[in-house]
Ligand binder design. Structure first.
Ligand SMILES: NC(=O)c1ccc[n+]([C@@H]2O[C@H](COP(=O)([O-])OP(=O)(O)OC[C@H]3O[C@@H](n4cnc5c(N)ncnc54)[C@H](O)[C@@H]3O)[C@@H](O)[C@H]2O)c1
Length: 383
């Protein structure tokens, strides 16, 4: 006999993330961090032997050779999974989500949502028809300092927003790594597996989401200059964009995977009529607040003066660094709480990125590519 959901940990499955994968293990740690959920099942690799070996590494109770079999079986088991995590390359997000959603299982999926805006629209219909929960792993919205930034914008501390600058710089694709067969670069530079955007899809969608999340405004139109610097590369590895936001703010975005010396340099600056904010992922527990005419403030996380939203997402005392894993875990905490709400017949809060955020990300990529093909013409994001 299985225990009622509120008396036990949530049971979680993962698709992807086996030996040699990048992000699956991060999902597992994050989902389990608060002790509320436990990963028990997986179809961890496209290769059945690797899937089995990886499941043994993680001491999973159940390992599957395919995600289809996993969805079918888990939906029938009395102690089947409560939700599944999708940590596969992008072309599998929709088929894997379909298998689980149509089996009645909630889904937390990695970004970008899908290969194209059209596929994203199909995805949104699938999620709506399923009546199940769907979360999208825009990790950076889980950082306490980012939640603090959002709260400061929302309570008017910055005044009217005028300007947003967001940048996401990496260097790992500055050479033709994909031509060596390296796994992560191979699929990320293949349009059939990654989608129409290269750097735009992989990291531009994160920057786009971060800017919208903090400002509370959506990107309405853009002008883009998009490049692939590495000869023979089939997708973009560098983009410079001008942005216009729904609330009147104007912005710039730089996203690139060919910037020598940059690891994972995501940063944002937001300027309003009364003050400004600055945050960098490499120094995640520090938010700079620059009041008009006043001294710059270093607003560190974990301090009593930060917003309730930021404090709720802080797990360690001030000065004890938190980062990427905890930000991911904050998304999982909200998602797991919704899984429990739905099981109790209550309305979910959906306080984590979802399919609509994913759709706007795909609309952003599509508009950027359209603009770039037409001499950087100003282009509206398709609704
Ligand atoms: N949120 C973030 O911060 C973040 C960071 C990195 C990657 N990502 C996203 O996560 C996803 C995975 O990226 P990655 O870098 O970990 O890729 P990866 O290539 O390292 O790993 C992909 C995994 O999926 C598995 N896989 C492929 N086909 C499968 C199938 N049919 N059944 C089961 N497993 C299958 C592979 O065997 C591998 O284990 C991508 O969508 C990427 O955009 C998000």
């Amino acid at each position: 006999m299985t225990r009622p959901i509120d008396q036990r940990r949530l049971r979680v499955g993962i698709v992807g993330g086996g030996r040699g994968a990048f992000i699956g293990a991060v999902h597992r740690i994050a989902a389990e961090l608060d002790g509320d959920s436990l990963v028990v099942a997986g179809a961890l690799s496209s290769d059945p032997a690797t899937a089995a070996a990886s499941a043994a590494d993680w001491r999973l109770a159940r390992s599957y050779a395919s995600f289809e079999e996993m969805a079918r079986t888990e939906a029938r088991l009395p102690d089947g999974i409560d939700f599944v995590i999708i940590a596969t390359p992008n072309h599998l997000h929709l088929p894997v989500a379909r298998a689980f959603l149509e089996s009645g299982i909630h889904v937390m999926c990695d970004k970008p949502l899908a290969l194209s805006l059209d596929e994203g629209c199909e995805f949104a219909r699938l999620v709506a028809d399923s009546g199940r929960l769907f979360g999208l792993a825009h990790t950076y919205s889980g950082y306490p300092a980012v939640l603090e930034a959002r709260a400061l914008v929302a309570n008017g501390t910055l005044g009217t927003l005028r300007k947003v600058h967001v940048e996401y710089l990496q260097d790992w694709l500055m050479d033709a790594l994909e031509q060596t067969g390296q796994k992560q670069s191979s699929w990320r530079t293949d349009p059939a597996l990654a989608g129409s955007g290269g750097a735009l899809g992989d990291i531009g969608t994160h920057a786009h989401h971060l800017a919208e999340f903090i400002t509370g405004q959506t990107v309405q139109s853009l002008s883009a200059d998009v490049t692939h610097f590495v000869p023979g590369r089939r997708l973009d590895d560098d983009a410079n964009l001008l942005l216009r936001f729904s609330g009147g703010a104007k912005g710039t975005m730089v996203c690139s995977q060919v910037c020598c010396g940059e690891e994972n340099d995501l940063g944002i600056r937001v300027y309003g009529t009364r003050g400004a904010l600055e945050w960098h992922q490499l120094e995640p527990n520090t938010l700079l607040f620059k009041p008009a005419g006043g001294a710059v403030q270093v607003r560190r996380t974990g301090k009593g003066f930060v917003s309730a939203e930021a404090l709720a997402a802080t797990r360690t005392p001030a000065g004890h660094p938190e980062g990427y894993l905890e930000a991911f875990a904050t998304l999982y905490r909200s998602f797991a709480a919704d899984v429990r709400r739905v099981a109790r017949g209550e309305m979910p809060l959906r306080s984590y990125p979802g399919v609509e955020d994913g759709l706007r990300g795909l609309a952003f990529v599509a508009a950027a590519l359209t603009s770039a093909r037409d001499a950087s013409r100003w282009t509206s994001l398709r609704d």
